[in-house]
Design a protein around this ligand. Structure first.
Ligand code: AMP
Length: 591
């Protein structure tokens, strides 16, 4: 079948991946052996857009022109600075999507214009809408948004596991946490329940470790103001993340950071040991929160732990051994490792893309809404009269798409318009839930009969989890004109077109550094005149160590060599010193 390709995209907080169908099977696109594109966007020193590893590499040396973890701000309406300008989260995400789109196009040998994109199950309406808009800005039609745990289950099903199963998907990434209970019966993947926290993830763990390191710098080394030093904080965050990851396989790690400040003109270096026990204690309360969500999801799905056939782990943070331990204690079985926690979401998105393209993927997806949608009305709260009682309309764990209709009476006879506020959440106090928009309907019929019969409101939640509200006058059957007053961040078509153009222009600018780098080029760099001996020495040693370096270091070293060469050419001493230090650290282990 030569239908237009649709790709599957996992747009993650920390890393993103794109998967395509190859011979009817989902496959993550790799370049130079690497499937993961760090979800980082930056401007290089010449003001050109860089995405992925290069942007991540410069995050520590140039935080003011690098954006990380943008997913956390999706749907917030906040803008982020990058260089001299500010960008919406949709625009920053669009750069990442554009990079993935081009990767997929290179792999397929043809243009890619359509995608299935995953979002955390717990993403709100505004966050889903923002994700859709980011796709549009990147020149991608988002044919479907699916929930990450659902995608994980689809990738599992795609492996041809067969049979009827109950699966618990525990998904802890860089910025969000979800847990879902999924039933697979005769190829139908049905999410029974889903819950979580869209502000909890590995970034929070990094922040706790960075806090320990900052305390060491301030009290241990006597350097004041370390907590407010942005550049130092960016370095400590990176060191903290590395230490956290190492603690997943080692009981303790040593953190070494040179030149973290000076006292009385003397340069100070950080060198301290962190152990797994302390780290586990730091994150204990957060992990306990995730375990409470596991219980909630099982209760909502009406599934007992003993009825679970599998526990699937998704997201990089699930490599923390304490998580496996807690799940095994709570559920009486060990999670399974056969599905790659980093890649299964993108693979599942590609399975869904295959279904959208009309391929027989041996599975059908039935998704649910992980939260309740409703409105507010004058009523009562905890037995007291209250103006904003939450009235649930579409309850959480309802299958998608879902439509519910409710009768509504206007307050007065000659009322000309009515306003409906829509919230999502579970609190009986509407004001404690997330307001996703307010819909105003005008032109109400002024006849007594119309007043007496009232209005019917239909709430329609589509397959992507996005909500639409319609109102019909019962007496006349007439549909009222509805305006979305403040649906968060629903950008206008013009605003989206302007963003598209802006991103296109920045993207189109010629890259200051050639994308591919050869050995000769690097050799040549090492011989650049005008470089101080120290830098030349590092470059020469890096070149010599390249061939025997493990693949994962090699990639990074090539980037660093390029960055160092560039920093020297631009005479940016601070950046050059920081990049040199990173290279020296790698060489320390290799030589
Ligand atoms: P994701 O959003 O699924 O890409 O997950 C990214 C998060 O996983 C980041 O916070 C990483 O620091 C974290 N992570 C990746 N590998 C490990 C590891 N080995 N141990 C602990 N956390 C990890």
């Amino acid at each position: 079948m030569d239908s237009e390709p649709i790709v599957g995209i996992d747009l993650g907080t920390t890393n993103s991946e794109v998967a395509i169908l190859s011979g009817g099977k989902p496959e993550v696109v790799r370049e130079d052996g690497d499937a993961m594109v760090p979800s980082c966007v930056g401007l290089d020193e010449a003001g050109h857009i860089i995405v992925g590893r290069r942007a991540r590499n410069q995050a520590a040396v140039a935080p003011e022109r690098t954006v990380v973890s943008i997913k956390r701000l999706m749907g917030s309406g906040e803008r982020v600075p990058m260089g001299a300008e500010t960008y919406s989260p949709q625009e920053i995400s669009a750069f990442i999507l554009k990079e993935l789109k081009e990767r997929a196009a290179r792999a397929l040998g043809r243009d890619v214009r359509k995608a299935v994109i995953t979002v955390p199950a717990y993403f709100t309406d505004a966050q889903r809408q923002a994700t859709r808009e980011a796709g549009g800005i990147a020149g991608l039609e988002v044919v479907r948004i699916i929930n990450e745990p659902t995608a994980a289950a689809l990738s599992y099903e795609g492996q041809g596991s067969g049979g009827n199963r109950r699966i618990l998907v525990y998904d802890l990434g860089g910025g969000t946490f979800d847990v879902s209970v999924v039933a697979i019966e005769e190829g139908v993947v049905e999410v029974l329940a889903s819950t979580g926290d869209n502000r909890l993830g590995g970034d929070d763990f990094d922040a706790l470790v960075a806090k320990r390191l900052t305390a060491q710098v301030e009290t241990g080394l006597g350097i004041e103001g370390a907590a407010a030093d942005r550049l130092l904080q960016a370095r400590l965050r990176r060191a903290a993340e590395q230490a956290k990851m190492d603690l997943s396989t080692q009981p303790f790690v040593r953190v070494e950071e040179d030149h973290v400040g000076s006292v009385g003109g003397e340069a100070k270096h950080l060198s301290c040991e962190l152990n797994r026990g302390d780290f586990e204690q730091d994150i204990d309360e957060m992990l306990a929160r995730t375990m409470r969500s596991v219980t909630t999801a099982l209760n909502d799905a009406d599934v007992r732990p003993s009825q679970l056939d599998r526990i699937l782990l998704v997201g990089g943070s699930t490599r923390i051994p304490r998580i496996t331990q807690l799940l095994a204690e709570r559920l009486g079985q060990e999670p399974h490792g056969e599905v790659d926690p980093d890649l299964c979401v993108a693979l599942g998105a590609a399975v869904q893309a295959g279904i959208e393209m009309g391929h027989d993927m041996h599975s059908v997806l039935v998704d649910i809404t992980p939260y309740t949608f409703g409105t507010s009305a004058v009523g009562e709260l905890y037995g007291m009269p209250y103006e904003y009682q939450f009235i649930p309309i579409i309850r959480r764990n309802t299958k998608l798409p879902a439509t519910r209709t409710e009768a509504f009476a206007t307050v007065t006879e000659f009322q000309e318009e009515v306003e409906i506020k829509v919230y999502q959440g579970e609190d009986p106090d509407a004001l404690k839930n997330v307001e996703i928009g307010s819909f105003r309907f005008t032109g109400l019929n002024q006849q007594r009969e119309a007043y007496e019969q009232g209005l019917l409101f239909s709430y329609h939640l589509d397959l992507d989890g996005l909500l639409k509200v319609h109102a019909v006058e019962r007496a006349t059957g007439r549909e009222l004109r509805g305006v979305v007053e403040n649906a968060m961040e629903r950008a206008s078509e013009e605003a989206l077109a302007a963003s598209r153009e802006r991103i296109e222009t920045l993207w189109g600018e010629e890259d200051a550094i050639p994308a591919g780098s050869t050995g000769e080029e690097l050799e040549e760099a090492a011989g650049d005149p005008g470089m101080s001996d120290e830098f030349q020495d590092t470059l020469r040693r890096a070149r010599a160590a390249l061939d025997s370096a493990p693949a994962e270091d090699r990639e990074e070293m090539i980037e660093l060599i390029r960055d160092l060469r560039y920093a020297l050419r631009e005479e940016c001493a601070e950046a050059a010193a920081a990049v040199k230090q990173q290279l020296d650290e790698i060489l320390f282990y290799l030589e």
